[in-house]
Design a protein around this ligand. Structure first.
Ligand code: DOR
Length: 425
């Protein structure tokens, strides 16, 4: 295996030092390192972070390999600085059996660009009627610990309670897509002033907040772990703040797009801005940013949702909801948070790795730790060209925007998956 010596690099924002990667681990960190056999990377001005970990990725395989595959999504992830992603279950067939989660896990191992940790469905076929074989998925080679019907809400409170009870046996997590379906029938965008003006049916904030309020009570009652996907409203933040203050075992994520974009984008009628939950108001964005800073929201998760051209480039009402995220998440975080490297490492690597139980990930580069890390040039700026993305899909909401930061290199167990800003395979 090739050794790599990264010189004069800042590790999570600290003073520049040298960092030697050898035999799958960070071998040494300190000034003035030499390693004649190593490939040298000049790290001047660059920042090394623990490899990013995404709790919420749609890889679309099996079933919609035209939109994304485990391999193409893994490559997009590596280029975005990720070393591990959790793959959502809304594939076709749905990942609701040991067989399907093992298939996704095996495809991830074969691609070997990031660690792919499958998420299992909560209910059979995401239909919200019967619990899926949660135990068999947990016992499978994929060792599933997070279950989610994402894209759909587990709306039935009794089923949600049973799911929370079931996963308690192995300290599993139910990750909820919080959307009361009766309140969002026909919804096209956030319910508010803009939807009224455009004449589009609205998705009210309360549809999210009501489910989160119910689920934190259920999780508290059962003593189980709840994770809330893509939190998007100021009211949700307040429900979570109270639940956490009471000691409920709840964690929450926010997406990059909900930290940056607002419902005003719907005025373009460009379906690239259609997403579920929808883009909200500027006041929601402000509340989400504050919650991310103070820890009420634990992680940034991408909700990377690739869609084929025919599913996205059509009339707003017919377009599927969802946006690409893996290749731009770090840039959006940098834009929103500035160079707060410790906070970025916490929200995008350490905490998501801990929630998902991914050992070897989310650990700051230090002697002896697995070399799962990414190296960023924070001073670089790049203009997003959809055609240049590694994803098989093109539905980025940041097309032709110039964003800060560029991933220079990513290492998975000491092997570069990205070098000089390019995928190595
Ligand atoms: O916008 C979304 N797209 N939200 C979801 O919850 C699902 C996702 C998808 O699978 O496309």
């Amino acid at each position: 295996m090739t050794a790599y010596l990264i010189t004069s690099v800042s590790v999570v924002g600290a003073a520049p030092t040298d960092l030697l990667i050898r035999d799958r681990v960070v071998a040494e960190v300190g000034p003035g390192l030499t390693a004649p056999d190593a490939t040298v990377i000049d790290g001047t001005g660059l920042v090394a972070l623990p490899g990013l970990v995404d709790l919420h990725t749609h890889l679309r395989e099996p079933g919609r390999e035209d939109a994304e595959t485990v391999e193409s999504g893994s490559r997009a992830a590596a280029l975005g600085g990720y070393t591990a992603v959790c793959a959502m279950a809304n594939t076709s067939p749905v990942a609701d059996t040991a067989g399907v989660v093992e298939q996704v896990w095996r495809l991830g191992r074969e691609a070997n660009l990031v660690d792919v940790q499958p998420i299992g469905a909560v209910t059979v076929g995401l239909a919200g009627e019967r619990l899926a074989e949660l135990g068999a998925m947990a016992d499978s080679a994929a060792r599933v610990r997070i279950f989610s019907d994402d894209g759909h809400c587990v709306a039935d409170p009794k089923l949600m309670r049973r799911a929370l009870e079931y996963v308690k046996a192995f300290d599993g997590i139910i990750a909820q897509h919080a959307e009361e379906p009766r309140l969002t029938e026909g919804a096209q965008m956030h319910e508010g002033e803009v939807s009224t003006r455009l004449g589009l049916i609205g998705w009210p904030a309360v549809a999210e907040e009501a489910i989160i309020a119910r689920d934190v009570l259920l999780a508290e009652h059962v003593g189980s772990r709840l994770h809330v996907c893509h939190v998007s409203t100021a009211g949700s933040v307040e429900v979570l703040r109270q639940a956490k203050a009471r000691g409920v075992r709840v964690t929450a994520e926010v997406t990059p797009h909900h930290l940056l974009l607002t419902d005003v984008k719907a005025e373009t009628y460009d379906p690239v801005f259609k997403v579920n939950p929808p883009l909200r108001t500027a006041a929601d964005v402000t509340a989400l940013r504050a919650a991310l800073a103070d820890g009420v929201i634990d992680v940034i998760a991408t909700d990377h949702a690739p869609h084929a051209v025919e599913d996205k480039e059509c009339e707003w009402a017919y377009a599927r909801p969802g946006m690409l995220g893996l290749e731009t998440a770090l840039s959006i975080a940098l834009d929103v948070l500035g160079p707060q490297w410790d906070l970025i490492a916490e929200r995008m690597s350490r905490t998501p790795a801990r929630i998902a139980g991914l050992t070897g990930h989310g650990v700051d580069p230090a002697p002896g730790v697995p070399a799962n890390l990414t190296v960023i040039d924070p001073a670089a700026r790049r203009t997003i060209e959809p055609a240049e993305l590694a994803s098989r899909s093109r539905n980025t909401p940041y097309a032709r925007m110039t964003l800060p930061g560029r991933i220079v290199a990513t290492f998975l167990r000491g092997e570069p998956t990205v070098l000089d800003g390019k995928a190595t395979k």
